[in-house]
Design a protein around this ligand. Structure first.
Ligand code: UDP
Length: 416
């Protein structure tokens, strides 16, 4: 059964206090023109990872703007999500082929979800359907797409997909009216879909993860889970995924630790419904760090939720995001929004956020990561300057209303 995700309520007016008028004014105008439209967002998981983070805030904001938005989660078995994780990895360039059996399971699940959707009374009433990432991509191939415009919203780096897997998935894009990528270079060169739009994602400055939190509260939150907030702290917040290079972060930390007395490392990772690899990586990290009391491992399943992530991103001396491949990396904007500098892998959408010496330092290796961490930890004035410029860059480009504006402009174009 597809699941509908319950979301809260948001007020577009509240964003005026943080988002520039050049974004809010056109957003309200285009929303007025689309008032009454019905939008369905289809994705694979209600928690864990950037897509669910985005939709949890975007869907209520659509509704407050007068556009009826619903968020549904496709249904699938654990073996289906193992296949889709393989597809995800292959689209980011991994060479593992997918077998005939895996393709059959993938298509059978898409067919089942399509049949369920088509049988629902509400389905025919949607004007627009956003399909997020590869997990649900095949669904419109197995139903009568009706009058709705279908949009494939790809959040991952598909610039150099595994050719076998891309050849397999590309025909499923035929029913779509538009495709959306985070950066122009992510659109595979032979894409057949009619329109390609480029929109970087964005963070919600008012969500519990990103709202302001005073230092005393943030320190108390961290203290309670075993971090000493008055000692230096470096943190990576990420799904446990090889592309986020958690073992590389640990190696870099070990290189820096001798020169920074008392330095702590926190690895905060979430487990997502559609990410079966995460547990293996979690175990590998636990084993690799079991005798090091200043390396702390946390997950969303052991009580580290949005407010704790907020506190980590606010109170860390430096955040790290050592991605090797990355769609966008919401965590980068999240850290910068809180005035914390970042050392981040030069991958995918990260340089959009950390650019021209704004926000932090881009790195290409473990040694580079260690060097940049040591330099920022030793020079708090430089670190603070980078963080301030990063915060302003996020305010202008990576807050949720800017993303909604881009999306609504696309929908208006499709409606013509
Ligand atoms: N996240 C979280 N808890 C964790 C790890 C990650 O809440 O333990 C959130 C993180 O704050 C961010 C999202 O999950 O909002 C990850 O999004 P990002 O774009 O950085 O990476 P993705 O997981 O989509 O590859």
């Amino acid at each position: 059964m597809l699941q509908t995700v319950d979301v809260g309520e948001l007020s577009a007016a509240a964003y005026r206090s943080v988002v520039p008028d050049e974004i809010m004014d056109p957003l309200l105008d285009v929303a007025r023109r689309l008032r009454g439209a019905r939008v369905l967002h289809l994705s694979a998981t209600p928690y864990g990872g950037g897509v669910s983070e985005l939709l949890r805030s975007a869907v209520p904001l659509y509704n407050d703007l007068g556009i009826a938005a619903t968020w549904r989660i496709i249904s699938g078995t654990p073996p289906f999500f193992s296949v889709t994780k393989k597809l995800h990895n292959a689209l980011q360039g991994a060479s593992t082929p997918i077998t005939a059996e895996e393709r059959a399971l993938y298509e059978q699940t898409a067919r089942q979800n399509a049949a369920e959707l088509a049988a629902e009374d509400d389905f025919a009433r949607y004007d627009f359907v956003f399909v997020h990432d590869p997990q649900p991509i095949a669904i419109p191939s197995f139903l009568d797409a009706g009058d709705a415009s279908w949009i494939w919203r790809c959040h991952i780096d598909t610039a150099e997909p595994n050719p076998q897997v891309w050849d397999y998935l590309r025909p499923f894009l035929a029913p779509y009216d538009a495709t959306v990528f985070t950066m122009a270079q992510f659109a595979p060169p032979d894409l057949e879909a009619g329109r390609v739009d480029i929109m970087p994602p964005a963070i919600d400055p008012l969500s519990p993860k990103n709202m302001s939190l005073d230092d005393r509260t943030a320190q108390a939150v961290l203290n309670w889970i075993g971090i000493e907030p008055h000692r230096p702290l470096v943190t990576q917040v990420s799904r446990f995924d090889p592309w986020k290079d958690p073992l590389g972060v640990i190696e870099a930390y070990r290189m820096v630790r001798p020169s920074v007395p008392g330095l702590q490392l926190a690895m905060v990772g979430s487990m997502a419904l559609d990410d079966p690899e995460a547990w293996d990586i979690y175990r590998a990290i636990s084993v690799a760090t079991k005798d090091e009391e200043d390396i702390h491992l946390f997950t969303n399943l052991t009580g580290v939720g949005n407010v704790e992530v907020n506190a980590f991103q606010r109170m860390s001396s430096v955040m790290v995001q050592k991605s090797i491949r990355e769609g966008f990396g919401l965590v980068v904007s999240e850290a910068l929004w809180k005035g914390t500098p970042i050392v981040a892998g030069r991958a995918g959408g990260i340089p959009l956020q950390v650019a021209d010496g704004q926000g932090g330092v881009l790195v290409d290796s473990v040694a580079g990561c260690a060097e940049a961490l040591a330099a920022l930890l030793a020079d708090p004035a430089r670190a603070a300057g980078l963080a301030a410029s990063g915060h302003e860059r996020v305010r202008r480009h990576f807050l949720l209303p800017r993303l909604l504006l881009d999306e609504l402009v696309l929908l208006e174009g499709l409606a013509r």
